[in-house]
Design a protein. Structure first.
Length: 296
């Protein structure tokens, strides 16, 4: 009896392998124009770990808040991902040290519902594994399943997503099978409590923009909030969708299939643009360091 691959997006089973798929040599090759639409789903998966979720909700580092500083948070997240995947050893050492410094300030208090430290390698491993899923999902949803060889190659290459944080090399899965086992083992511990769910809902439907940008934010929420929430919902595995108390039906499936067809047709252009933007984050980080400007 075949093992169910819960790590793979459920919709991938319906994706016909594309004749135009490019060869995948490293994790950065998985970047597509679909990526920004499922980034929010990946954030939900990360914060479904209660210790990660409350770490974000209770964080005293306002400069890293996606609600209070969405543009900066987008840049710093992009910088981390780009450096982890495309940077050199010096770039990764710098980002590792900077993130450790910031994460040193994020830890639970006596009033926290759960105990956590943002530098806990076990929590950072979960975040990194979720990020790897983000890259794999966006590619497979457009081009079909990766080959066995591509999966094993990606697992080895993507270790930098963990070690650029605080994850030890021996903690990183050594095979796709080990990755699946880790994912399945962690699912039982996932839960999204009301304070974390409220924050994620605000981020998903852009309602946080009303408080951050006034009238312009309210307009953005009303115009873009519903489609954004739908796309984030579409990117979620069923277990996490249930934790968010969101619905998903046959009509949603049909709409998403049409959405993916459009994304597939546009990806030769949008995917190339997104991969190019990823490397500009590396260049931006190097320039900021040279000029003595703050990166994180």
């Amino acid at each position: 009896m075949a093992t169910v691959d819960h790590y793979q997006h459920a919709h991938v089973a319906d994706v016909r392998a594309s004749r135009h798929r490019r060869r995948i040599r490293r994790t950065g090759d998985l970047v597509t124009g679909l990526g920004p639409t499922i980034a929010g789903a990946n954030v939900i998966m990360q914060l479904a770990n209660p210790r990660v979720g409350y770490g974000v909700v209770e964080s005293r580092v306002d400069s890293g808040s996606a609600v209070k500083h969405p543009i900066k948070r987008s840049r710093t997240t992009g910088t981390f991902l780009a450096v982890a995947l495309l940077g050199d050893d010096e770039d990764r050492r710098y980002v590792h040290d900077e993130l450790k410094r910031v994460h040193d300030l994020v830890y639970s208090t006596a009033e926290s519902p759960v105990r956590y430290s943002a530098n806990d390698s076990r929590l950072q491993l979960w975040v990194a594994i979720c990020l790897l899923k983000y890259f794999i999902d966006q590619y497979e949803l457009l081009y079909g399943r990766l080959t066995v060889a591509e999966k094993e190659r990606i697992i080895a290459d993507a270790r930098w997503l963990g070690t650029t944080l605080n994850v030890r090399p021996d903690q990183w899965p050594s095979s796709y099978r080990q990755l699946q086992e880790y994912w399945d083992d962690q699912l039982g511990d996932m839960a999204i409590d009301p304070p974390v769910r409220d924050l994620l809902q605000q981020l998903s439907d852009l309602s946080f923009l009303r408080h951050r940008f006034g009238t312009a934010g309210t307009v953005a929420h009303k115009v873009l909030g519903r489609p954004m929430n739908y796309l984030i919902n579409a990117g979620l595995p069923p277990e996490f969708r249930d934790m968010m108390q969101w619905r998903w039906g046959p009509g949603d499936e049909r709409l998403y299939a049409r959405t993916l067809r459009v994304a597939r047709a546009l990806d030769p252009a949008t995917g190339r643009l997104m991969r190019g933007m990823l490397f500009t984050y590396v260049l931006d980080m190097r320039l900021r360091r040279r000029l003595g400007l703050k990166v994180f």
